[in-house]
Ligand binder design. Structure first.
Ligand code: LLP
Length: 419
């Protein structure tokens, strides 16, 4: 459930009209609902209250400080993949003791920064990374708390580009070969082994892959313990899908039941890294139709002022985002198969191909739903298009939580060499 709805025929975020924001902020813009963020965090986390799990929000899904601060106030930790994300999480008020650091390519400087801040855990993804981390920790006279991210070789049954837990993937260490790496870790004096971590993919719409992966990890924890390792933390990753269109992903209670059942009796501190589930349906992208163009091939193009650089998911993963008018279409408007596209000079700059819609007119506002996750955080300035603003609504108020990038800022990034 979210807090976006039509009121008197105009789409609102909570109690604020999107027409009003468009008038004051301009288009395109991202709009987040604070009440929806809070609701999603609470709906997820309450199922783990009984086991005292750490919920470490995956910052990559949406790294806006306003979003992070909303989650920080609810007690969220952070799953980060770079020094930049650590800095954002800390700036938003997330405590270092609730930060886990994931990713296949952590740099020595990033490790040093994370150690200085006193983060909770490094999720180590390779043997060379483990050795480097030990050296960095030793140079600071400290030890790094680690889990090894194991790869359980489970098909998450999601899009290939967001699958991470199969043996062909770059992520983690094959579970079958992880024991020697734990043994190595035990010999490195800059390392303190504390746990095991796993993450098999994103936008999972069934529970079976989670159950399979968690069961394999459980077996592995038991094996490690039988070999004398003290394993106190178990990071089960993120990945729970959300409804974009017709999918019916499992609800958090069913997911929690599987996670708790598969790990029952281990006595580990559980960690979860949800991203999309918390923010995906708490955000939308609002855009203005610039032109409606008919071509010889019989196609109708709705040309929006948002483009693939603002929301990459359709171009990158053929992702579906529901498209709606901000002002409810009048019942008599014609319904046609249209292509909704952006102004970027790429054929792939398509939000929706042959989608049945009431054809909007130039000047109309439209919106893309479910754009809170991997929307703004993946946006870029391709075609020299400034980054669009982000707005957060709270009841009847709104705040610009990232202002529109100016052309001056865009140009200031580069320098012309003296020669
Ligand atoms: N933990 C780790 C180690 C991850 O790699 C990810 C996501 C998450 C947690 C959060 O997963 P979530 O709960 O959001 O599914 N850009 C793609 C999604 C990439 C996901 C990458 N890893 C998209 O737009 O669909």
């Amino acid at each position: 459930m979210d807090h976006f709805s039509y009121k008197d025929g105009v789409y609102h975020a909570e109690d604020v009209s999107l027409e009003l924001i468009a008038k004051e902020v301009g288009t395109p813009f991202y709009c987040y609902s604070k009440a929806t963020l809070e609701r999603h965090f609470n709906v997820f986390s309450r199922h783990f209250d009984d086991v005292g799990a750490k919920i470490c929000y995956a910052v990559k899904a949406n790294s806006n400080l306003g979003v992070l601060n909303t989650l920080a106030k609810l007690g969220s930790g952070a799953d980060v993949v770079s020094e930049g994300e650590i800095r954002l999480a800390l700036a938003a008020g997330i405590k270092a003791e609730n930060i886990v650091f994931s990713g296949v390519g952590k740099a020595a400087t990033e490790m040093a920064y994370a150690l200085d801040q006193g983060i909770f855990q490094f999720n180590v993804e390779s043997e060379p990374e483990l050795r480097l981390l030990s050296d960095v920790a030793l140079s600071k006279g400290t030890k790094a708390n680690i889990a090894i991210r194991v790869n359980p070789d489970v098909d998450p049954k999601t899009h290939a580009k967001i699958s991470t837990g199969q043996k062909e993937s770059k992520f983690g260490i094959a579970i079958a070969h992880a024991l020697p790496v734990y043994k190595l870790a035990a010999t490195l004096s800059g390392i303190n082994v504390q746990g095991v971590s796993v993450h098999i993919g994103s936008q999972l719409t069934t529970l079976e892959p989670f159950a399979q992966a968690f069961a394999r990890v459980r077996q592995f924890v038991e094996e490690l313990r039988s070999q004398g390792f003290t394993i106190t933390t178990l990071d089960l990753g993120g990945g729970l899908g959300i409804p974009y269109g017709g999918e019916e992903p499992p609800l958090p209670d069913a997911y929690a039941e599987v996670a708790k059942k598969e790990t029952a009796g281990l006595g580990c501190q559980l960690i979860f890294e949800p991203g999309r589930m918390l923010v995906g349906n708490a955000g939308i992208l609002v855009s203005r139709v610039m032109y409606v163009k008919h071509n010889d091939g019989g196609r109708i193009f709705v040309i929006a002022d948002a483009a693939m650089n603002d929301l990459m998911r359709p171009a990158l993963y053929d992702a579906y985002h529901h498209i709606m008018p901000v002002r409810a279409a009048d019942g008599n408007a014609p319904t046609e198969l249209v292509d909704v596209v952006g102004p970027v000079c790429e054929t792939g700059d398509i939000f929706a191909e042959q989608r049945l819609l009431k054809v909007p007119a130039a000047g109309d506002l439209i919106l893309f739903r479910s754009a809170g996750a991997y929307g703004a955080s993946m946006s870029n300035t391709y075609n020299a298009r400034p980054l669009v603003p982000e707005v957060m609504v709270h009841g009847s108020q709104y705040a610009v939580v990232r202002k529109r990038q100016t052309y001056a800022e865009l140009l200031a990034r580069d320098t012309i060499p003296s020669w």
